[in-house]
Design a binder for this molecule. Structure first.
Ligand code: PLP
Length: 402
């Protein structure tokens, strides 16, 4: 019996008439030039692509703040870039220290362990960032060859603000430092060379405000020497960095690159360069902190204390007995704003990455959040919070162009 084609609705019928404002933990809204570039297909090899790749690498050096030539894209999610960094640097039996702040940093440790790494996990309690004084003791005892950590832990909105000190001490002990900057890259300072980081990972759909599914990884010269010298080939052909270098550095074939995604990435990175990192960091800081002030003025509690709080994703503690799904469902249905639940802690999360950090999006989101809690019977002060948002922006702006 031949199978008949299924009855299918057109996308037009599936997609909402009025798009939702994507204020969750990623993907985030994309600027028009990124969307337009994503609609183009060109040859994956040849002169035009070579120019695109050359510019992506040059922009990457600026955005990662590094002089390393070893920047390459990955056809895949942020997780594929994580995996590419981990499996090219970790060999069986290699001692790996994984600083675990939550879901994503734990994923790095899992990847290291799956390729046979001898993984020690250092678990940081929720609400705190990793403490270099403690890490140095573990480094001295365990003598890791690779250290993995996140700059920002999206899952519970923690910021490892002492990353520079941790990377420095690890480097001094001859340990390669792998940093996941998926949600933070281009939203806050990350100085790969100055901080002696050996591999930086990012995805498209968060800090860079690009599409999901195309990612970037940068390896230091030291990390690259390690990759060149490994005796055993990497088990995963597609994520083998040496093979990827054929495409990224020798204009030859590895696999058919996600050309549309790379064009989109090019545009997202060009917009970062146009804005400059300094102004972009400032925009993220000002917007996120103003939003946080507004949320607190509503009468809600931010999940992470100020010292360890991430600006890129803001975590809001839920009132007792109120599931995240109720809040996320209500705000989406009634206010057409999408926010995120969590993978564990009793919070909802609002993203402050890329296009999410625009003043008009802050007002709409704070109003939607406040109104949602009010509808759900929580005593919140919406007018006062809206005024606080405006006041906080005025206080913080100091002439920055938002
Ligand atoms: C989202 C995220 C990832 C995973 O990215 P995917 O594209 O979902 O694979 C990894 N690390 C951090 C810190 C993230 O925020």
């Amino acid at each position: 019996m031949p199978l008949n084609p299924p009855a299918i609705d057109s996308l037009h019928d599936i997609l909402p008439e009025e798009p939702l404002l994507m204020m969750g933990a990623g993907p985030v809204p994309i600027p028009e030039p990124v969307a337009a570039a994503n609609g183009i297909v060109i040859n994956h090899l040849g002169e035009t692509m070579a120019r695109v790749l050359d510019q992506v690498k040059r922009m990457g050096r600026y955005i990662f703040q590094t002089e390393t030539p070893w920047i390459m894209g990955v056809a895949g999610p942020g997780s594929a870039a994580m995996e590419m960094a981990v499996i090219n640097l970790v060999t069986p039996g290699c001692r790996v220290l994984s600083i675990c702040n939550g879901f994503f940093s734990h994923r790095l440790s899992e990847m290291a362990s799956r390729v046979g790494g001898n993984v020690e996990r250092w678990t940081v309690p929720d609400g705190q960032s990793a403490d270099p004084e403690q890490i140095v003791e573990v480094i001295k005892r365990f003598r890791p060859q690779v250290l993995t950590m996140v700059q920002g832990e999206t899952s519970n909105t923690t910021f490892n603000h002492r990353l520079p000190e941790i990377a420095k001490v690890a480097s001094e002990h001859d340990c390669l430092v792998v940093v996941d900057a998926v949600c933070t890259l281009s939203t806050m300072p990350l100085k790969m060379d100055e901080w002696q980081v050996d591999a930086v990972i990012t995805g498209g759909q968060k800090g860079l405000s690009c599409i999901p599914g195309v990612s970037l990884v940068a390896f230091s010269e030291k990390a690259w020497a390690h990759i060149e010298n490994r005796s055993q080939p990497v088990a995963h052909w597609t994520l083998d960095a040496k093979l990827a270098a054929n495409f990224w550095h020798k204009a030859s074939y590895h696999y058919t690159a996600p050309v549309s995604g790379l064009l989109a990435l090019h545009e997202a990175m060009r917009l970062v360069c146009d804005e400059t990192l300094a102004r972009r960091y400032e925009r993220h800081r000002v917007c996120s902190q103003a939003l946080q002030a507004g949320i607190e003025r509503l009468g809600l509690e931010l999940y992470v204390p100020k010292a360890a709080r991430l600006n890129s994703v803001v975590g809001i503690r839920l009132p007792e007995n109120m599931p995240a799904a109720t809040v996320c469902g209500h705000i989406s249905k009634h206010y057409r704003v999408e926010i995120a639940g969590s993978f564990g802690p009793p919070i909802v999360r609002i993203g402050q990455m890329g296009e999410q950090c625009r003043v008009h999006n802050l007002f709409r989101t704070l109003h939607a959040l406040g109104s949602t809690f009010k509808d759900l019977g929580v005593a919140v002060e919406v007018p006062a919070a809206m005024a606080e948002l405006e006041n906080a922006l005025q206080r913080q702006k100091r002439g920055s162009e938002l």
